[in-house]
Design a protein around this ligand. Structure first.
Ligand code: BGC
Length: 759
């Protein structure tokens, strides 16, 4: 419906009616208005399945039977935009068939700590990867005429005290790490709605944070949709209206609507602000109503087949010594561990899908081979069951190859709380150890929503990371284990060796009601690389049953202006013995920078499918943003001129091709000098050397360079480099060095700096 018509409808509503539109009717629907013909729309969770509540149910946890797709933690490992869109389309179609107008998701929050209980619902530690995945998900869902709700905006990176904690992040890290994925998804995929987070940011709740919801989201990024509160995230509803929070969910039983009415009546709130909010609610309702496809039908078997295909493309082959995988069906194979029979495939909380069936690896192994089975441990109990352990070890002894299905039980990871540690249950670790003592051909298959410590990594021959891969997990596991599908997933996050290696370790989940993001921009591989630390498995790592060769990197130019697009091309060849897919990762590194920057940052990736012996040219386009950092002195993205390296690899730790480009900028920020500028800073500026040189000629700094030894010269130089200009007045014992002289010099320096920048 066009804007004029919406405005016309708005004009027919009373103050009370407009206010009533600003909150839900119940947990999932917008409100009806007595006597007015305004439709009602329904929202449902997402993001990896449809969690639609039965209309008749009063329990918000009773949802219809639906298909559970891989959760975001797994999905991101596919590095496959098209695949994610396909999943989005299937979800959109399910929504249409069920009369759901808005699917709540995807979540674009960054994985700051492996402990966040909700990491399984988020894509990555890297904002670029998260941005691509989120945008693809939204494009898929919305292509079916259903709205997405990009969540949880913003800085919601933990579950501890999630309804009250204040996230305190410096502006550069906020922009580069925590907002970036939201920004791209909003600009590129235009979600119909954005869901604000529960937490505060610098002391202000997201639900009433004008800077976040209006200044950044709407004014800077051009968002034109609706902002919905996370369920129960509203604090001060009137402040929320002013800040740009349109729809409060779920119902506050009219309490907050009445507050809005009172606030308008007593002039605390301008009715025009209420009109903006109500207009956006009407617009969402009519969009949903008009896009409704009543004839849509939902084929669950088709969606299950898709869920199986997606899951197999998400698994990450972390280790494959002596090509233990794919399994040799001529050998005697044992599956050990309760997860082989009852896999863990989703996390707990609002994204929990009520499935009709679950595919176990044990069941689907029959499609490929006969395998032995021993339960090994009881998933729900963190204690060794001696009888089960003995049975498993006995089976392992009689088998050629053992596949242990392990990971985290449900209770370890959920919305609502964070993990306390990064370990697997002790009984599973003991099982792996004992099996390794009797069998040298052990593969571990993992089920978890976030990194875990892997103390057995050097003992076993193979590790297949499956994350939480949806209800078809077991079928997909067999497809990969037996070689029908060649694994092609790559890690969307680093696996540190131990929890205390993680950069947020000392500041997670914060103290009291505050969490300080003291690691700044150094999240995930940005930190481990800068610190040159060993990790268990690096970001972007993932093996294949075949091999790929990288060659012939070429750039469209050696020198570009920041406004240009740089095209990077590289050849990838499948040199192994199986068809396969490779994710080619592109990182950018600033070789010299005046601010501290990561060693390199992911700025592109492409997934290519290659038959045996086939090669393809893969192209990437890099724009200004690929080279920029967020400069807080101009409050904008800024490219510093100079040389950048383009690094192409198979993982962040396996760079295969390199090239350099010189990037020019039209927008050089002039150096700015003050009385606090240091001697060394002034001398590092070519014009500064001239200006300051004249002053220096006046004085003997109290030290005779000709006579001093090398150490004394170095010490004097260091003192000078670190001395603020104003201090020269007191330190230099010469009448002619006055404050006035130094002030005039600063003026000259700034003039020269502006002229220099213009060149
Ligand atoms: C969660 C959201 C979810 C909403 C509705 C909240 O508790 O944080 O992600 O969409 O509930 O279930």
């Amino acid at each position: 419906m066009d804007k004029a018509k919406i405005k016309e409808i708005l004009g027919t509503l009373t103050l009370e009616e407009k206010a009533s539109l600003c909150s839900g009717a119940d947990f999932w629907h917008t409100k009806k208005i007595e006597g007015k013909d305004i439709p009602v729309i329904m929202m449902s969770d997402g993001p990896h399945g449809l969690r639609k509540m039965y209309e008749s149910s009063v329990n918000p946890n009773e949802s219809i039977k639906a298909v559970c797709f891989p959760a975001a933690c797994a999905l991101a490992c596919s590095f496959d935009r098209e695949l994610v869109q396909d999943m989005g389309k299937a979800l959109g179609n399910e929504c249409q068939s069920e009369g759901v107008a808005v699917l709540l998701g995807p979540g674009a929050n960054i994985k700051r700590s492996p402990l966040c209980g909700r990491n399984f619902e988020y894509f990555s530690e890297d904002p670029y990867l998260a941005s691509q995945m989120a945008a693809s998900h939204i494009k898929g869902v919305q292509s079916m005429g259903v709205g997405s709700s990009l969540k949880h905006f913003a800085a919601n990176n933990q579950e501890s005290r999630r309804l009250s904690v204040s996230s305190e992040i410096d502006e550069r890290a906020f922009r580069e790490i925590y907002l970036s994925a939201f920004e791209y998804a909003v600009k590129e995929a235009r979600p119909q709605t954005v869901m604000c987070s529960y937490n505060k940011i610098w002391g202000e709740y997201s639900s009433q944070n004008k800077r976040l919801l209006t200044d950044i989201l709407r004014d800077e990024w051009g968002f034109e949709g609706l902002v919905v509160s996370d369920w129960g995230a509203v604090d001060d509803r009137v402040k929320g209206v002013k800040a740009g929070l349109d729809l409060e969910m779920p119902a506050s039983m009219g309490k907050n609507d009445r507050r809005i009415v009172d606030a308008v009546k007593n002039s605390e709130l301008d009715e025009a602000d209420l009109d903006k909010v109500a207009e956006r609610v009407l617009s969402l309702i009519y969009t949903g109503d008009e896009n409704r496809q009543y004839a849509a039908r939902w084929d669950k078997d088709k969606d299950r087949a898709l869920a199986r295909r997606i899951a197999a493309d998400c698994f990450v082959l972390l280790k494959n010594e002596k090509k233990i995988l794919p399994l040799d069906t001529k050998k005697k194979i044992a599956f050990i561990g309760e997860f082989a029979d009852k896999p863990r495939f989703q996390g707990g909380g609002s994204s929990h899908i009520n499935v009709e069936q679950t595919a176990s690896a044990l069941e689907y192994s029959k499609e490929y081979a006969e395998v032995g089975y021993a339960q090994g441990y009881i998933t729900s109990e963190d204690r060794t069951d001696d009888a089960l352990l003995a049975e498993a070890v006995g089976l392992a002894e009689q088998s050629d190859t053992v596949v242990i299905f392990a990971g985290l039980p449900d209770a370890f990871e959920s919305e609502g709380y964070d993990r306390q540690h990064m370990r697997m249950p002790q009984c599973q670790l003991e099982l792996i150890d004992k099996v390794c003592e009797v069998n040298k051909n052990v593969v571990v298959v993992l089920h978890n929503g976030s990194p875990i410590e892997l103390p057995f990594a050097d003992k076993v021959k193979g590790i297949l990371e499956c994350y939480l891969a949806g209800e078809m997990v077991g079928a997909a596991q067999c497809d990969v284990l037996f070689g029908k599908v060649n694994p092609s997933g790559k890690l969307a996050e680093t696996f540190p060796i131990k929890l205390s290696d993680n950069p947020s370790y000392l500041n997670f989940p914060g103290e009291g009601d505050t969490v300080q993001y003291k690691e700044g921009i150094f999240v995930g591989y940005r930190y481990y690389e800068k610190k040159d630390m060993q990790v268990r498995f690096p970001f972007g790592h993932g093996l294949s049953y075949t091999e790929f060769e990288y060659s012939d990197i070429s750039l469209s130019a050696d020198e570009i202006n920041e406004k240009d697009i740089l095209t990077v091309t590289v050849t990838i060849k499948n040199t192994g013995k199986r068809d396969g897919k490779e994710t080619v990762e592109l990182y950018v590194r600033d070789t010299h920078s005046s601010v501290v920057r990561p060693e390199k940052e992911l700025k592109g990736f492409e997934k290519v499918s290659l038959k045996v012996g086939e090669s393809k040219r893969v192209a990437f386009k890099l724009d200004k943003r690929a080279f920029a950092y967020y400069n807080t002195s101009i409050n904008d993205w800024y490219v510093e001129y100079g040389e950048f390296e383009i690094l192409i690899g198979s993982s962040s730790a396996d760079i295969r091709q390199k090239a350099s480009v010189y990037v020019e900028t039209d927008n050089v920020i002039p150096m700015h000098f003050t009385l606090d500028s240091l001697g060394g800073e002034v001398m590092s500026f070519p014009e500064g050397r001239k200006i300051f040189g004249e002053v220096l000629k006046l004085v003997n700094m109290g030290f005779d360079a000709a006579q001093a030894d090398e150490n004394a010269q170095m010490a004097a130089q260091a003192m000078f480099n670190d001395m603020p200009l104003h201090a020269m007045v007191s330190f230099v014992n010469d009448e002619r060095i006055t404050r006035e002289l130094i002030e005039n010099m600063v003026i000259d320096l700034n003039k020269a700096a502006i002229e220099y920048a213009k060149k």
